[in-house]
Ligand binder design. Sequence first.
Ligand code: ADP
Length: 464
Amino acid sequence: MRLPIRARLTAWYVLLLAVTLGAVGAFVVLRLKADLQRDIDRSEESSVAEIAAGYRAEGNKEFYDVSGTVLRILPVGTSGAQLLDPSGKVLLTYGNGVAQQPMLGRNAQRRALAGAHLHQSVSLGPRGEPFRVFVVPVVRSGKTRLLVVAKSLADVNRSADRVIVLLLLGGGAALVLTAAGGWWLAGKTLRPVARMTSQAQRIGIDRLDDRVPVPRASDELSELARTLNGMLDRLQRGVEEKHRLVADTSHELRTPLAVMRSELDVALMEPDLTAEARAVLVSSREEVERMSRTVENLLTLAGVDEGRLELLHRPVELSDLAERVARSLQPVAESKGVSIEVAGGARPVAGDRDRLQQVLANLVQNAVTHSDRGSSVKVRVWENGGDAGATVSDEGPGIPASAQPHVFERFYRVDGAGSRDNGGSGLGLAICREIVLAHGGRIELESHEGRGSAFSFSIPASQV
Ligand code: ADP
């Protein structure tokens, strides 16, 4: 699982501080121990020098006296002195506990006998307490002895332990503070990114003139925001060019198609046409009709995309429109053996007559297209509260539940490219939706496979 950047940054801050504190802490503790140990070594050297001087001058008696004087100042049990013969046997001893056993290993004894002055850290006593021992060879009356002095390291270790505890407490607190500070800082740093993300998520193909916010500081994030906005500029230009192309092309096609339609109508008026010729002309007329509708749809969509779907609000009688649409589609319906029935009524709505007619025509055209011979298409005009609307229902094959949420999308066709044979380009219902939405209304579909479909739209009371 990838953690969010904020959590990762915080974890890194904490980890880096922990490593730094660990390294600094280890250095401080080691340094402290070394310094304190060096002080003990120095004091041992001077103690040994004093005891050795006394022993050399007076023998055993002076060893006790000087050892007593030199070492008594130290707490009981924390120091001791010994005199060993070359075989390692303890000849004299001063101090309780620790000095009762040989304080030095054989190896160190051998090196000391060879003349070395040795410092060593050892564990002494029944509980193995840490001691620092110092050994030097002394010669008295021609006999070589080893003089060993031991001082406890307990204080040194206690001091080091105290520093370690302080470092752990202080370090722990520093880590908690750093985690909180890092979390806050990372959140503050990333806040502009969150703002850009939520704004970028809102920008869709229909909101291409929106831009992501540019943070005030001129840093990498503002550079990113400017880059994103530059990309949106280019996208917007591209999309606008595409819209213009569609609009211009559709516009160019409109007039020749109208001319062709009129010419075909004139040709069809000729009484002496053979049946074959008439069939060809009727079929051509239908094709031209279909192309005109597609061009009209494209022009309307281009208008919607450019934000200039101009609506002329005038009182419109929906039942009047329904009658007109039924009349104009009667020939197509008849040729398919489908009847169109108009029923109901409603008070006038304030809307764009041509656009609302376009909606009804698309819905009725679809219903006729998907109806079987002998069935009927019903257009019912109604009002509900302040809303006025119309429902176009057919007895066709219906629309599968999986396709229903998509039928109002552009270029969506239920049975894929196959429905092009029915004259569709997948734009009709998208247009209907745009027009109805522009009127502040709603459009919906109720369909059961095998039992037909019913498309309803309504214009709200405020528009009436
Ligand atoms: P087209 O212009 O291709 O008909 P539409 O946007 O009008 O596109 O319709 C989208 C899809 O919904 C088409 O594939 C069409 O087959 C299907 N459709 C629309 N109306 C009906 C209906 N009354 N009965 C069954 N299918 C329909």
